[in-house]
Design a protein around this ligand. Structure first.
Ligand SMILES: [Fe+2]
Length: 389
């Protein structure tokens, strides 16, 4: 039976963190809150805004501000130990996807003192429901505020903690927190959200609700990403991107992502690329890879329409090609890498990359076209030469 899980409550709008965080934490009966964040957020003054909001509601705080990008299992163990020690009533995650993922670990550790972070790895391994958590993203991309996943690098590979207990009780989408993101981060994280929406549509795990989330996300991203790239201070456009990233997170958090993310995780860790850069790069090639599946072509026709293309007189496959071309133009205008060569991949690396991608069995099982070594190598070769079709 199709089913979706999303945060119970989503609060969005300009300045909502300042205005609502204290009240929302109080509604959970919180007397103490653990804030998980990182040093960039501290420097930007966002931690102070959150602390003021909680303090004015009479709530005590503990802060873990040591989250780093692409968090490792060692970091997750540190976060878990800190949370077990402090035993706060509510966890607030304030930051990008890595921070929100570590907040999920902290909330799980708070109510599961007998488990280490490593015990959480895999599907449904968290024993007891997590402490209440409020997730406040400061990027518009990963959708971590909407998903049941926490991603951790263990032994050089990205692994997931997947549990319904990881879903936020409250997500707060405040565009004033994303307005200071530099253009390149704005572009790459926004395109990561686009990859979530497009891969969720293609996934064998898609259903009517995840499709609805994904189409709306695609429309908002296509309409706003170039504006926020050029004019970061446009709060209305920033809010549209925050809502889009949430919707794309709700889509892939339930439907899953496919071969694009198997490749993005592989090249991201091997060539030290931020996740958004590698995820964006895959999109045109992954649509082309799956275009022969009739249901995918039909969905990509609708995706092309959401991007503003007039495809009414075209066949599904020709319309899907318009979607590919549209995404390629977006990538070009956002000044993001368009092929694997530009991030340091060479022809000789292809077999090794293919083997690593083929080991990502969870993503590949959901891909609508059967994946084998031959077509994976062909796909990566196309990504190297910059020719999706
Ligand atoms: Fe992603």
């Amino acid at each position: 039976m199709p089913a979706v899980q999303v945060p119970v409550r989503v609060i969005f709008g300009k300045d909502v963190m300042r205005e609502r965080l204290g009240e929302e934490a109080s509604a959970f009966g919180a007397r103490s809150v653990l804030i998980v964040t990182d040093d960039t957020i501290v420097r930007q003054g966002f931690l102070e805004i959150a602390e003021d909001a909680l303090r004015s509601a009479g709530i005590e705080m503990r802060v873990f501000d040591g989250v780093s990008p692409e968090p490792t299992l060692e970091l997750a163990e540190d976060v878990a130990a800190f949370a077990r020690e402090e035993r706060c009533d509510v966890v607030v995650g304030l930051g990008g996807g890595s921070v929100l993922d570590m907040a999920k670990v902290a909330a799980a550790a708070t109510t599961n003192p007998d488990q280490r972070a490593s015990d959480f790895l895999g599907a449904n391994k968290i024993a007891n429901p997590s402490a209440k958590k409020i997730l406040v993203p400061t990027t518009a991309g990963t959708g971590a505020e909407a998903t049941p996943f926490a991603l951790i690098v263990a032994a050089g590979k990205k692994k997931a903690i997947a549990s319904p207990f990881n879903i936020a009780d409250i997500a707060i989408l405040d565009p004033t927190l994303t307005a200071t993101m530099p253009p390149r981060v704005t572009a790459s994280t926004g395109m990561d959200a686009l990859s979530h929406a497009i891969e969720a549509l293609m996934s064998k795990g898609a259903n009517a609700l995840t499709d609805a989330f994904a189409y709306e996300a695609i429309q908002k991203i296509a309409a706003n990403i170039e504006e926020v790239f050029a004019h970061g201070e446009n709060i209305d456009a920033r809010l549209e991107m925050s809502i889009a990233a949430f919707l794309a997170g709700a889509a892939f958090g339930n439907a899953g992502v496919v071969i694009g993310h198997a490749i993005a995780h592989t090249i991201g860790t091997r060539y030290s690329q931020p996740h958004g850069i590698s995820a964006a790069l895959t999109i045109p090639y992954v649509i082309a890879f799956n275009i022969s599946v009739p249901d995918v072509a039909a969905k990509m026709k609708r995706a092309a329409m959401e991007m503003g293309e007039d495809v009414s007189s075209l066949s599904d496959e020709d319309a899907a090609k318009k979607a590919i071309a549209h995404v390629q133009q977006m990538i070009e205008r956002l000044e993001l890498p368009e092929n694997l060569g530009s991030i340091g991949v060479s022809e000789d690396d292809i077999p090794e990359i293919a083997d690593a991608v083929l080991a990502e069995k969870g993503y590949l099982a959901r891909n609508p076209r059967e994946v084998n070594r031959e077509n994976t190598i062909e796909l990566i070769r196309n990504m190297l030469s910059g020719t999706p079709q």
